[in-house]
Every structure is written in structure tokens, then in C-alpha cells.
Design a binder for this molecule. Structure first.
Ligand SMILES: Cc1cc2nc3c(=O)[nH]c(=O)nc-3n(C[C@H](O)[C@H](O)[C@H](O)COP(=O)(O)OP(=O)(O)OC[C@H]3O[C@@H](n4cnc5c(N)ncnc54)[C@H](O)[C@@H]3O)c2cc1C
Length: 548
């Protein structure tokens, strides 16, 4: 435990901006681990649930409750409901996630540190060490008040502000689409949804409900990677098949082998289902032609994706494929011109007359950072997406976007890292600028198609492992207590809980997770390990030559 400041030592001050899931977990660690600091969290709304806490009726999350919950506040185990996925019982539904965050805030008495209804309008480096944070009450007119802080953690979220589409056609915003039943009462319209991310396909599917009588188009620039919410292997959530053994294979090899595996899974879904039976599968009364078309679209979208399997975001809202196969959603390419009247065909040379009466932009997000830090503040300047490489005392939590995975449990690892650095238990590398530059070059190569000014794209577990390494929290054999427990943890669903093995309560809770990966795949991965070893060795040998 850190010593309390001695009499006369000035009290240091930490500002946390935003009280969504990232702000809350940062606040929890800060008040526990920074004795002697005054911690203030500014939240512009009157809630602690962020953008996701209060979604439209019927919402189902894309990441499972088990993997998304904070490890320090576990409520759900990895049980799979025996109803073939009908209830979506392994996922957050409706306002479940908001309820969870409310319970979390109550359990650790966090609200008394939050100044609700206070919007931070600017964060500026003070002349001495420290930061001037200007705050304005949300409901009052007039200028703000400026307070000095020693450190600032920005947790304003990376999905709050959608990029607009320039058009005079009436637009539906993310805010509209997340209210009520999530369709804004839109009926009988011709709608184009732009973007193939989780939000985009979800909006398109809802608006295409036949009761609404809309004609819905989904405009995609390229193919997308669609992962099944429930995997044909044993019919379990895909999250539950990703384990540490699989992740221990080098991403280069995983990209190559994974791509073939995914294609085989799409083309031979029924075989996979036969070979790896599920406790229950949802009966499908679907016309065989619709089933075949769904499969064909999944394959076509994946084949047209412009980057390697683990270098671009995966979309797990796969229900939209059924809407596409039934003809309720038409996939088109980009618009022919800025009038947005005609669109290219998807991956084809035809031109389609669409003439939309509404558009829904879901083509990515605008930075929430520039609103408070000016144009010069961008995610790219933060080492590992959380520590400003040049300005000590400025941090981000919640700006890492996983290729596959979830944001809140990454935020938990980032929050532990950042608070550790503020408290001096994690050191700020002396050569941080050089390290940052090297990592940025690597990311430039790997994530060339993604906008890294506003997001920090990551492969969830390798990224969290890197932070854990700097915190000396890499899950070691000894940390699991026995070889048996360690081996089980390699096979069970991957979780960030393994970084907190020193907490017996967390270790016990997550040690009980079942293993879902079939023995034959475990054997294949083990057989791959020597090849992985050679692959890594060859890459290591090749690196110095490339530099020379
Ligand atoms: C409908 C929906 C479903 C989602 N489903 C998933 C999922 O299944 N899995 C997953 O991993 N992610 C999901 N997400 C993504 C989700 O955004 C993140 O997982 C999570 O909410 C991020 O939390 P955050 O605290 O970083 O950001 P946010 O939730 O955006 O919270 C940011 C907070 O900062 C406050 N704020 C912003 N600017 C200021 C300012 N200037 N001053 C003061 N306060 C400010 C905001 O009011 C807000 O409360 C979903 C998002 C939505 C909208």
C-alpha cells in the first residue's frame, strides 16, 4: 500500500473525464490505489451508464456478459443456456449493462466522487506541470470554471459521436436509433444505411422489419468480416471458443490458418454442426434457399474484405445475414456521386437506382478528444493508446478498439495500468517516445486501412498482455497455483481475469469456467506449436536483416 502524504505535502489532484464504463473503472482503481490524491470525475450527463447503458428495447450485446464484465466485479459465469441461443441468455439484453454499471457504482460507492451535469470543455497543459481543466455545468449558461489538476484521464468514449454523411436527405442519428424500439417509428421509407460495422447492420436489420414496410439498403465500400454470434462448434457463443492456447499462436500464422478455417466453417456449416453437436440448437423453419443465400452472402462479404482476418474489425451481429438472405436488406456498394441517388452494386459494375428518403450514417466515429483538447490532441499520440508519449500526466482509457473482443474489460486493464503509472507503481518508460514510434510504425503496417487518429485498434489479448507485462501481471504458471489450473486456463474462454490471479476471489470465480474447445482442435493447436516456434524463430532471424 502507498504511504499517505505527510503533513504539509500538497494534495495531488486527478481529474477523470466521463463516467461511462471506462470512467467508472478508472475511478474505482483511483480511489482505492491513490491514497492522498483528490479524485474528481466529471460527467456531463446525470447517469453512470455511458452510451451503451440505456439502449433500445430488444437490444442484445455482441460480446458476452462473461467476457465483458469487470473482473473485479464478476456476476456471470460462462454457462451456456440450453435453448440453442433463442434467449440470447449469455449476452446483455435491453438495459442489463446499464443496470450492471449502476450496481458497480453502488458497490464501490463511486457516485460521491462524480460531479454530474458537468461538461469538460477544455483540457490544456498548464505552464508548470499539471493541467488546466475547464468545466461548465451542462444545464447553465455562461462560461466555465478552470481547475488545476496534476493528472487527467480522458474517458469520453470512442463511439459517442458518429461521423456525419454530407447530404440534404433527412438523416437518422445514432441517438435516434438507440431510443424506444430503435426504429424511430420510420415506416414506408426508402432508407440507406452506410457502414458495415455492428451498429450499421443492426440499424439496417431493425429498419427492415417487414411490419414497417421500409425498403432498406446497406451501403458497403468493401467486404466485412462477419463472425457468428453462436459458433457452429457446439453452438456456443464464439467468445467462448477463443482461448489462450489459440491466442498463443503467432498472429501471422493465425491470420493465414484462421482465414482458411473461417471459409471452411462458412461453406460446411452443417458438417461442423454434425461433428461438434450442441446441447441444443434453435430449430430453423427457414426456407433452404434462404439458408443457402445466407451462407453465400457470409462467404462473399468475407472474401471481399480488404484486410487479413485479424487485422480488421469483426462483426458479430450476424442476424442481418438472414435479413439479407430473405431480401429484406439489399447490399449495395458506395454511392455513385454526392447526390446519393444511385449506388454501385456490391463488388459489381452495375448501377442501382436507390433514391433514398432517409439515410443512416454508421461509417465510424468522430473524435471526442478534439472537443476538449483541440485539433492537436489525437489518440495516435498516446503510447499503447493510453499514455501521452510527450506530455506526462495525460492519459486515455476506453479508446482501444478490439478486432474481436470487448471494450469494457480492456478498459479495466488500461485503468489498472494508467492508475498504476499515476501512483508510481508502473514506471513511465524513459524511452517512451522511441518505443511509441516503433509501435506506431508496426501499427501503421498492420492496421493500414483503419483511422488511427481516433481509435487505437488492437488484438485484445496480445494488447492486454503487453500492458500486463508492464504491470508485472502476466499470468504465470505459479500464479495459477498448479499445472492443472494453468492448463485449464489455457483451454477455457480467454479472460482478462488471469491478470488478477493474486486476488483469490477473482481467481476462484474464473477458475470454474468450462472448456468448450473440442479435444480435436486442442490436439491440432498443440501440433501447430512446433511450427509456431519455427515461424517465430524465422521472423526473429529475418528482422535484423530487414533493418540493415
Ligand atoms: C447500443 C450499444 C451497444 C454496444 N455493445 C457493445 C458490446 O456488446 N461490447 C462492447 O465491447 N462494446 C459495446 N458497445 C460499445 C460501448 O460504447 C463501449 O463498450 C462502452 O460503452 C465504452 O464505455 P466508455 O466509458 O469508454 O464510453 P461511453 O460509454 O461513451 O462513456 C463516456 C462518458 O463520458 C461522458 N462525457 C463525454 N464527453 C464528456 C465531457 N466533455 N465532459 C464530461 N463528460 C463527458 C459521456 O456523457 C459518457 O457518460 C456498445 C455501444 C452501444 C451504443
Amino acid at each position: 500500500m502507498k504511504p499517505l502524504p505527510t503533513v504539509g505535502e500538497p494534495v495531488r489532484r486527478l481529474a477523470i473525464i466521463g463516467a461511462g464504463s471506462s470512467g467508472l473503472i478508472t475511478l474505482k482503481f483511483a480511489i482505492e490505489q491513490l491514497p492522498g490524491w483528490q479524485v474528481v470525475c466529471f460527467e456531463k450527463s446525470d447517469r453512470v451508464t455511458g452510451v451503451w447503458g440505456n439502449p433500445y428495447r430488444g437490444f442484445v450485446s455482441t460480446s458476452t456478459r462473461y467476457t465483458t464484465q469487470f473482473c473485479c466485479f464478476p456476476e456471470w459465469d460462462a454457462t451456456v443456456a440450453a435453448d440453442g441461443g433463442r434467449s440470447r441468455g449469455e449476452f446483455f439484453r435491453d438495459g442489463d449493462y446499464g443496470d450492471y454499471l449502476n450496481r458497480f457504482a453502488d458497490a464501490f460507492d463511486l457516485r460521491r466522487h462524480v460531479r454530474f451535469g458537468h461538461q469538460v470543455v477544455s483540457v490544456a497543459g498548464a505552464d508548470r506541470d499539471g493541467w488546466d481543466v475547464t468545466v461548465r455545468p451542462t444545464r447553465a449558461e455562461g462560461g466555465g470554471m478552470t481547475e488545476r489538476f496534476d493528472a487527467v484521464v480522458i474517458c469520453t468514449g470512442l463511439t459517442a459521436a458518429m461521423k456525419p454523411v454530407e447530404t440534404s436527405i433527412p438523416t437518422l442519428s445514432i441517438h435516434d436509433m438507440n431510443r424506444g424500439d430503435g426504429t424511430c417509428g420510420i415506416r414506408g421509407e426508402r432508407i440507406v444505411v452506410f457502414g458495415g460495422g455492428e451498429s450499421g447492420v443492426d440499424h439496417a436489420t431493425r429498419l427492415a422489419d417487414p411490419c414497417l414496410g421500409n425498403t432498406v439498403f446497406l451501403s458497403l465500400r468493401t467486404g466485412i468480416r462477419v463472425s457468428p454470434r453462436y459458433h457452429p462448434i457446439h453452438g456456443v457463443p464464439s467468445d467462448f471458443l477463443r482461448n489462450r492456447l489459440l491466442l498463443s499462436i503467432h498472429p501471422g500464422l493465425r491470420n493465414a490458418i484462421g482465414q482458411r478455417f473461417v471459409e471452411a466453417r462458412m461453406l460446411h456449416q452443417e458438417r461442423f454442426e454434425r461433428w461438434f453437436p450442441a446441447a441444443a440448437r434453435a430449430e430453423t423453419a427457414e426456407d433452404p434457399r434462404t439458408v443457402a443465400s445466407r451462407k453465400a452472402w457470409a462467404y462473399r462479404l468475407t472474401k471481399a474484405a480488404k484486410d487479413d482476418l485479424f487485422n480488421m474489425f469483426h462483426n458479430k451481429s450476424d442476424d442481418f445475414l438472414t435479413a439479407v438472405a430473405r431480401g429484406q436488406v439489399t447490399i449495395v456498394g458506395p454511392p455513385v456521386d454526392s447526390s446519393l441517388q444511385r449506388f454501385h452494386g456490391f463488388d459489381s459494375s452495375e448501377v442501382i437506382d436507390v433514391r433514398p428518403t432517409r439515410v443512416v450514417p454508421a461509417i465510424g466515429y468522430r473524435s471526442t478528444l478534439t472537443a476538449i483538447g483541440g485539433e492537436s490532441l489525437c489518440v495516435r499520440d498516446f503510447h499503447r493508446g493510453c499514455v501521452h508519449a510527450r506530455r506526462p500526466g495525460l492519459y486515455l482509457v476506453g479508446f482501444a478498439r478490439p478486432i474481436i473482443g470487448n471494450i469494457p474489460s480492456i478498459s479495466e486493464v488500461q485503468a489498472a495500468f494508467v492508475v498504476g503509472m499515476i501512483g508510481g507503481r508502473v514506471s513511465r518508460p524513459a524511452d517512451i517516445a522511441a518505443r511509441h514510434e516503433a509501435l506506431e510504425r508496426e501499427n501503421d503496417r498492420r492496421f493500414a486501412t483503419l483511422d488511427r487518429e481516433i481509435i487505437h485498434p488492437v488484438e485484445m489479448f496480445p494488447y492486454c498482455d503487453a500492458l500486463a507485462k508492464e504491470m508485472h501481471r502476466v499470468p504465470s504458471l505459479g500464479g495459477f497455483g498448479s499445472i492443472r489450473a494453468w492448463w485449464r486456463a489455457q483451454l477455457a474462454p480467454a479472460t482478462t481475469a488471469h491478470y488478477w490471479n493474486d486476488d483469490p476471489r477473482i481467481r476462484r470465480f474464473f477458475a470454474a469456467a468450462p472448456v468448450f474447445m473440442p479435444a480435436v482442435l486442442v490436439a491440432l493447436l498443440l501440433a501447430l506449436k512446433p511450427i509456431d516456434g519455427v515461424y517465430r524463430l524465422r521472423r526473429r532471424c529475418r528482422r535484423p536483416r530487414a533493418v540493415a
